[in-house]
Design a protein around this ligand. Sequence first.
Ligand code: HEC
Ligand code: HEC
Length: 325
Amino acid sequence: MKKLIGLIIVLISIAAAIIIIQQLISKEPSITNSPAPVQQKAWIGPDLNTDPSIKGNERASILYGHDLIAHTSKYFGPKGILSKITNGMNCQNCHLNAGNQPWGNNYGAVYSTYPKYRDRSGSIETIYKRVSDCMQRSLNGMAIDSNSKEFIAIFAYIQWLGKDVKKGEKPIGAGIEKIAYLNRAADPKKGRAIYIATCQICHGNNGQGQMLATKKEYAYPPVWGENSYNDGAGLYRISNLAGYIKNNMPFLKTSHASPALTNEACWDVAAFINSMPRPHMNQSMDWPSISKKPIDYPFGPYADSFSELQHKYGPFQEMIASAKH
Ligand code: HEC
Ligand code: HEC
């Protein structure tokens, strides 16, 4: 009996020691990171599975909206069950975790800031207009009807996701991060080497990505070529692409807190990707006021005298400096 009690005490002590050691290990990162500046917490939306506020028909619509964003191709891709109107990419390929990923081009500022005036169209844009833009540009396809069950579901999802963000507010970590400009032009040649070493394994030697075995959506989406975003898309602007890559690629091997690539590598690989062929979109109606074109919008005419090439790859600093005079 005594032996048994002794054994139990020994076992309990071992268990306690394991728990203490585990806690020490799990605390380690905050100990080693302690000299770093305090980072404000990035926005993250509610959890679809546990949010008790969504019920009944509304819940069904929000869940459908989530599925449309996560698996867009299933509905609208080249083998879409509703219609065949897009290139086969999913919204989620670029709006990670269905738009609920800090620094992952998320939807944290959508419900809170739309409708809003945007210079690209020179008009007040609704969420419907903005979603349609991504369908026509990023998905190189066609918009869906604003009265369709599908758009109503996408809207319901985006609204629910942003419901706790104050009107007019853009939370930390929303959208894509703006990373610092280089003091030279971004270099597609250097970027090509980075692509081959770091990205090609998933996105393919010809940027074509890789389909899932079902052939209904991508496991790894294309980054150039006929099934990729067109040259009117947000990612075709190198600052957006570089900022997206910085916090999100290579997929699952990087994060805002510890990015895998330097800023320089991000600009260069973005330059390489956007130097490769992709579908063209007529953008003659965009940017009705040419002085409002973003510095990295690669199609003239411009209000300044810099070339399309410099607007595409930089160096941007001297352009910003000259704009201030
Ligand atoms: C190829 C990448 C890509 C795909 C695919 C894509 N988008 Fe986008 N989307 C972007 C980029 C880039 C932006 C602009 C981000 C910025 O300017 O900060 C954007 C912006 C948006 C915005 C506005 C965000 C804001 O904060 O103002 C909404 C809403 C949106 N997309 C919805 C969608 C929906 C819905 C789909 C699928 C039907 C989709 N997107 C597919 C890249 C993509
Ligand atoms: C381990 C595989 C993997 C690696 C390596 C990887 N990616 Fe991705 N990438 C993905 C996946 C998966 C997605 C889509 C994520 C989703 O749908 O949730 C994606 C999405 C993207 C997108 C947005 C969608 C598109 O196709 O336009 C870009 C741009 C991108 N990756 C660029 C890069 C670059 C640049 C690198 C190298 C620095 C890289 N990726 C490395 C897996 C990878």
